[in-house]
Design a binder for this molecule. Structure first.
Ligand SMILES: [Zn+2]
Length: 213
């Protein structure tokens, strides 16, 4: 679940960044201060996605510096990938929802679909009924698909995925914990139909991030 991330390692999402040094910027962004200038620098380099990790970077998703960073990424067209499972913040899902509502032009990916709290992500399926929810959150299946695919919770996970909308679900590997091959096999074994799999494994990411430059 990337609760502990000892070093900045490549991930499935980093493939969408055209600047390999962007991980340093991501780490600094969480601290505030020079974060806005760093975002501008990264956008200028052609970076498409920055990653923020509340657990390892030790910040509260509801903090004002996070709001400032998200606001600037919206202006720059950057996507923010958050690690979105915290064992220590039971309110984190609600904080992400508030961030999404307060920054409707921001585009954010919540990694792990809540992890062991995936059932709470049904909330994002519920709120899509309301016009005040801008549907600017995407969710990746890193770790969670591989963990639950052979469990009694598999059907529940698929129900939550469909409640949110398969157009908002992305593939994620959680490498090196799960190699991409295992992660792809897990997604293919969840019981989703071929059209849903195509969305999750390809077209949703293309729509959100665009083709590599
Ligand atoms: Zn993680």
């Amino acid at each position: 679940m990337c609760i502990y991330r000892p070093a900045c390692t490549p991930s499935s999402t980093s493939a969408w960044c055209s600047a390999p040094s962007s991980c340093d910027g991501m780490r600094r962004s969480a601290a505030g201060g020079r974060a806005i200038a760093e975002l501008d620098r990264l956008a200028g380099l052609g970076v498409r996605v920055i990653k923020l990790h509340p657990n390892t970077q030790k910040f509260d998703v509801a903090g004002p510096s996070v709001a400032r960073i998200v606001a600037r990424t919206a202006e720059l067209g950057l996507v923010v990938l958050f690690d979105a499972f915290s064992p220590w913040d039971a309110d984190e899902s609600g904080k992400f929802l508030m961030l999404a509502i307060q920054h409707p032009k921001a585009r954010m990916i919540l990694a792990h679909l809540g992890g062991p709290r995936f059932h709470e992500c049904a909330m994002f399926g519920l709120v899509r009924r309301y016009s005040w929810y801008p549907r600017n959150l995407w969710f990746d299946l890193s770790a969670v698909a591989a963990f639950y695919v052979d469990s009694p919770y598999r059907e529940q996970l698929v129900w939550v995925i469909r409640a949110i909308g398969t157009d908002r679900i992305l593939f994620g590997s959680d490498w090196p914990a799960d190699p991409p091959e295992r992660a792809v096999a897990a997604v293919r074994s969840l019981g989703l139909n071929p059209a849903e799999q195509a969305q999750i494994l390809h077209s949703n990411a293309m729509s959100l991030l665009g083709a590599c430059r």
